[in-house]
Design a protein around this ligand. Structure first.
Ligand code: SF4
Length: 359
């Protein structure tokens, strides 16, 4: 069952994607290559696209990186976000170079004329700005007021940057309030959602390695998503960024919020098992990982409870002695010999995914 999500956020256009204003949560990741190394960066972005990344961010620490933006943009298919700290000239260059969104905190740009130059350039190109509040780098006046990073301080920081943009009549804003402390992040996003209608970009920073970081991110972002909050997200892991995309898709599928991913339902196995379920489940999971339709595929060890237990599956297979039973929505459609049952399941998956994508 899908989750009722907060729809009352302002929809913000980022290239061919809309962030906010709907149930879908857009998956983002960030490249780990040096942005000026165009070949390596484009190659990594193509791998991310293939894994289901919908918006990609690159760091822009210097002039060389900013100069690479036009070519990177020309060679990729998903919207490109350019991440800039402080330097308004790099922001202008990135916007000129075709960025679909920039991440910069207006309060850190400096004098008003510099802020205005960036805002006017973003307005002229129709691209949004993400304000990225981070618990670890709150402004001095906020830290002095609260003593240490708090959720209220993070929201106040976001509102401070938002006001600078709103005063310049700029409203295409996305806001993130990242913290590596899960409780703090949850509280900050909840408080932000209560006081602003800008779409929220979810993130738990410095969450750790693939295994531990995935669990920490899922715990934190799962809690936030379960309250209907969040319009785009990045899982931050000390790992290949493709893993970030895989974890994000898996998490969003849990809440029925991924529009571009197939879900595997597989049983835990028990003494009734009739097939080599674990290896089949892994093979099918791998097969459906690049399918861009939200279909459900089941792999079950036996037919005793099998099809009935996976009634919501669009297609599934249950083991029987020497054969497999293919079923749709709990109804058996045909029997196939064990040797070809996985191949038959894959064919059915392709058919259903194609039907779905044609709709
Ligand atoms: Fe056991 Fe069959 Fe249920 Fe799998 S589907 S857990 S094998 S009863």
């Amino acid at each position: 069952m899908g989750l009722t999500h907060r729809r009352d956020t302002r929809p913000v256009k980022v290239g061919n994607q809309i962030i906010g204003g709907k149930d879908q949560v857009i998956i983002q990741s960030m490249t780990t290559t040096k942005t000026h190394d165009i070949e390596a960066t484009v190659k990594e972005i193509h791998r991310l696209e293939e894994a289901g990344c919908q918006v990609v961010r690159v760091a822009c620490p210097d002039e060389r990186a900013a100069n690479a933006i036009p070519e990177i943009k020309a060679r990729i298919n998903i919207p490109l976000v350019v991440d800039i700290h402080f330097n308004y000239k790099l922001a202008l260059k990135a916007i000129e170079g075709g960025a679909d969104k920039i991440r910069i905190n207006p309060g850190n740009i400096g004098k008003r004329d510099k802020v205005e130059a960036v805002v006017n350039a973003a307005k002229a190109k129709g691209i949004p700005i993400r304000i990225g509040v981070n618990a670890g780098s709150l402004e001095r006046h906020i830290l002095e007021k609260y003593g240490y990073p708090t959720a209220d301080g993070m929201v106040e920081s976001a509102l401070h940057h938002i006001k600078i943009l709103e005063d310049l009549d700029f409203y295409d804003i996305v806001v993130s309030l990242k913290a590596s402390d899960v409780g703090l992040a949850i509280e900050a996003y909840e408080k932000a959602a209560a006081v602003m209608d800008y779409p929220l970009h979810l993130g738990i920073t410095e969450s750790g390695t693939l295994f531990a970081g995935s669990i920490k991110s899922a715990a934190g972002m799962g809690a936030i998503l379960s309250k209907g909050i969040g319009n785009t997200m990045r899982i931050s892991l000390s790992a290949d960024p493709v893993e970030e995309v895989k974890v994000a898709r898996e998490l969003l599928k849990t809440f029925g919020l991924a529009s571009n991913a197939a879900t595997l339902i597989s049983c835990p196995t028990c003494g009734r098992i009739e097939i080599d379920l674990i290896s089949i489940a892994n093979e099918v999971e791998d097969y459906i990982s690049t399918i861009k339709a939200p279909i459900k595929v089941a792999v079950l060890g036996c037919a005793v409870n099998g099809p009935g237990e996976a009634r919501e599956a669009d297609i599934g297979i249950a083991g029987a002695r020497g054969e497999g039973l293919l079923f749709r929505h709990g109804e058996i459609i045909r029997k196939v010999p064990e040797e070809i049952m996985v191949e038959e399941l894959k064919k059915e998956v392709d058919k259903i995914a194609a039907e779905f994508l044609e709709q």
